[in-house]
Design a protein around this ligand. Sequence first.
Ligand code: 5GP
Ligand code: ZN
Length: 144
Amino acid sequence: MADCLFCKIANKEIPSLTIYEDNWSLGFLDINPLSLGHVLVVPKEHAENILDLKENLIGKLFSAVKNITEALSDAFSPQGFTIGINHGRISGQAVDHLHIHIIPRYEGDNGGSLHSVVKNPPSEPAEEVQTKVKQAVEKLRNKR
Ligand code: 5GP
Ligand code: ZN
């Protein structure tokens, strides 16, 4: 995509502090790190989000995430990680090219868990939720 920041980083038109590269994915340091070793992992081919990412690239991207997490473990020995995607404006996605945040977590870093991100429990009974989602899953299966 001509005007996409992370496409430009993936194509080396814009510099980044790259720490990982394979044929399909690139990992580079976030310009505003939330912790020591905060990395963004992107598919080289443009996709706005995970729904937009080609099926055959999903495993490749996740494999890069695993490799980088392993390297960060080795480099900085954090106590854990928060790994996630802001999908859509409402969730905080600022760059419209899929990127997975790998945020090393350290004792006393004042961060929370994913459970602290949203406080909006549903009023619908869980069984109703299950039925709706299962129906949607079946519909998709039948379409493919
Ligand atoms: P989002 O809010 O879309 O999930 O995260 C976008 C991330 O990209 C932010 O954490 C931000 O610091 C990072 N970022 C934005 N522009 C650049 C850039 O030009 N280079 C790098 N390395 N990171 C960037
Ligand atoms: Zn892009």
